[in-house]
Design a protein around this ligand. Structure first.
Ligand SMILES: Nc1nc2c(ncn2[C@@H]2O[C@H](COP(=O)(O)OP(=O)(O)O)[C@@H](O)[C@H]2O)c(=O)[nH]1
Ligand SMILES: [Mg+2]
Ligand SMILES: [Zn+2]
Length: 276
């Protein structure tokens, strides 16, 4: 008899599948078993519990490749105000990449304790703007609210090295003790390769401490994908249907930027991304 389960860990050729409340280590028996589709973390699968084998992988809603993770609902874009310094360009880049991959972006600001009063004032404006375009914004001080929002979801984190991703996950679950480190140490270690990919189970959601993509990935997307990932541009009707919002006559996006209804940094980042 086959049971449906969720792959929560992949360690070279061992796939740990959660079926109801049981964890079953399964193998990919036979070299060509998964010729068509190799199971990855986040996959829903049908397993033969007695034989400890995965029989098939159910259809994926989405998947990312570096490292491989499937069926992600939410990507937490962990964004520090200081150390490293706030980068709106990286923030918008990640929002676009995540959106294009059909994953909900959620912003989590960190290191407010290191920010000046002026920084915090700017943060308020930014928060208001991103929320107005439908993106949830949290910070790493109020993790209880965030936890509520993540209920029943599969979550990944992304953001700069040192932004506080692992620290945030540790805060979400006091039993976890993921390694955290100062930026200088982290960079000094050079490239680190992850062989084990694992979803951590926190009460009623799952989280993985690696994004599944790289932030340079934006140049692999089409102009159209980038355009529609700027959600606030989508319902504006420019004079020309294929308007690139660069300098066209009758461009509503440019009009809204000049009116102050679209954040200038958002528009500048858009122009930058389509040039890349
Ligand atoms: N002051 C301050 N430091 C933080 C905060 N969050 C994380 N850190 C520190 O920032 C460094 C990098 O954090 P880490 O979680 O390893 O970042 P990651 O590379 O994104 O996983 C560590 O030394 C953390 O202790 C915060 O909100 N405030
Ligand atoms: Mg980390
Ligand atoms: Zn336009």
């Amino acid at each position: 008899m086959l049971s449906e389960g969720l792959i929560i860990k992949v360690n070279s050729d061992t796939f740990t599948v959660k079926v109801d409340d049981k964890y079953i280590d399964t193998k990919a028996r036979g070299k060509n078993r998964f010729e068509k589709i190799k199971p990855i973390v986040g996959d829903k699968v049908l397993v033969d519990i007695e034989k400890s084998v995965i029989e098939s992988v159910l259809e994926r809603r989405n998947s990312l490749s570096r490292p491989p993770v499937a069926n992600i609902d939410i990507a937490l874009i962990v964004t520090s105000l200081k150390k490293p310094e706030l980068s709106l360009s990286l923030l918008d880049r990640l929002i676009s990449i995540v959106t294009i991959n059909k994953i909900e972006p959620v912003i989590v600001f960190t290191k407010m304790d290191l920010a000046t009063r002026v920084d915090l004032k700017d943060l308020k404006k930014l928060t208001k703007y991103y929320e107005s375009i439908g993106i949830k914004v949290f910070n790493n001080k109020k993790v209880r609210k965030l936890k509520k929002y993540l209920k029943n979801k599969i979550v990944t984190v992304c953001g700069q090295t040192g932004a506080g991703k692992s620290t945030l996950i540790n805060k979400l679950d006091k039993h976890l003790n993921l390694e955290t480190k100062e930026i200088s140490d982290a960079l000094g270690r050079g490239v680190h390769t992850t062989r084990i990919v694992e979803l951590f189970e926190i009460e009623n959601f799952y989280i993985v401490d690696t994004p599944g993509f790289s932030s340079v990935d934006i140049n692999t997307y089409s102009l159209d994908e980038i355009k529609t990932s700027f959600i606030e541009f989508n319902n504006l009707e420019c004079k020309f249907k294929d308007c690139k919002h660069e300098k066209e006559i009758g461009c509503k996006v440019i009009e809204e930027v000049n009116n102050g209804n679209i954040l200038k940094s958002r528009y500048e980042n858009y122009l930058r991304f389509i040039k890349e």
